[in-house]
Design a protein around this ligand. Structure first.
Ligand SMILES: *Cc1c(COP(=O)(O)O)cnc(C)c1O
Length: 336
């Protein structure tokens, strides 16, 4: 396989290209300050990207350890992730796969796609497949659907998760026909990446609404980013609006240690404070999990728990759990 991700030098720190999708440029034009700046900051290069910090890595999630084909990551027992292409609709400057993204442009080869289907067939405990990248929506629809249909054929039961920035960067791709083709592949969820309420312009709202109306469930992912969305009220606004559109906020991710992204990282303690405040501002339905991908391949770790730990007075097998409620009083749940 020519485009083996592992063959790319781990020190590949060439800057990401700059690509501004037209729909996102429109959002920037329509936004006022400081929202416009929160959008520009995500897609326009800055000098900070050339400065690397301690702990940063070209593979911050340690995904290379879990590859079963050059682009299939099997880290968690019941779900796998495919890096379908390195190409994106636009290049997010904080990208955690920036050493892979934009390095390999095309769709993974047919030979590997067949291997992936064969792997799914012989590994029935895999219940979900994440179609990721890069952005799978850069793949020409006929090729993308040929692969998705092959997956569906190999595994009629598997849940397909389409992980994409498409609804924000290129909502025009979600035509009636495209949505109907997605619908034919059910069970399928769309997992949109969205970071700011100003990313919900008329075209984006129409896209989320069309997916909801077609009965395609959606769960969002958001990255906590300094100077973009590190204000609880901003995030609360985003999550509430998403729920109103039929999109369940799934994850709020701590920013990963990709090279040259220090300027985007919110210190953990601040992140925990932000999430704690979000709990007060939002319903359970609107609140995503706050999580960090442990560097080096440790997997996702929920930070929502430590965010609450300062409210725990006591937790042991004798006294049970004593916690301060939102009224400041201590409440106890017995050990058994
Ligand atoms: C995040 C991730 C998944 C999916 O995990 P969920 O907690 O189900 O969202 C699967 N595989 C890999 C490699 C991942 O990084």
């Amino acid at each position: 396989m020519a485009d083996d991700w592992r063959s790319i030098s781990p020190g590949d720190t060439r800057p990401l290209p700059c690509l501004l999708p037209p729909a996102y440029a429109q959002l920037i034009r329509d936004a006022e300050e400081p929202e416009a700046q929160a959008l520009r900051r995500q897609v326009l290069p800055s000098d900070d990207e050339a400065s690397f910090s301690a702990g940063e890595s070209s593979d911050p999630l340690g995904e290379a350890r879990y590859l079963v084909t050059p682009h299939l990551v099997h880290q968690y027992s019941n779900r796998v992730l495919v890096l379908t292409t390195g190409a994106c609709l636009g290049y997010c400057r904080y990208c955690f796969r920036k050493s892979f993204t934009a390095r390999t442009e095309g769709f993974i080869e047919a030979e590997e796609r067949e291997k992936i289907c064969a792997y799914l067939k012989k590994t029935p405990n895999v219940q979900e497949i994440l179609i990721s990248g890069g952005d799978p929506l850069t793949v020409p629809p006929d090729e993308l659907f040929e692969f998705l249909n092959a997956i569906r054929h190999a595994r009629p039961d598997i849940l397909i998760r389409l992980c994409t920035r498409g609804p924000v960067f290129a909502p025009e791709l979600f035509t009636k026909e495209f949505i109907a083709r997605l619908r034919s592949l059910r069970p399928l969820w769309v997992i949109p990446h969205i970071n700011h309420p100003a990313e919900l312009g008329p075209a984006q709202i129409a896209c989320f609404t069309a997916l909801s109306e077609a009965g395609i469930p959606q769960q969002s992912q958001t990255v906590l980013l300094r100077g973009v969305n590190d204000i609880p009220e901003t995030l609360a606004c985003l999550f509430h609006r998403l729920v109103c559109l039929g999109v369940k906020p799934g994850y709020l991710f701590q920013c990963d240690l990709a090279p040259g992204t220090a300027g985007f990282r919110v210190p953990l303690q601040d992140g925990l404070r932000i999430w704690n405040r979000l709990r007060e501002l939002l319903s359970g339905l609107s609140l995503p999990q706050y999580a960090v991908d442990l560097p080096g391949g440790g997997g996702k770790f929920p930070l929502s728990v430590p965010a609450l730990s300062d409210r725990i007075d006591c937790l042991d097998t004798v006294s049970g759990l004593s916690v301060r409620g939102s009224d400041g009083k201590v409440y106890t749940y017995p050990p058994n």
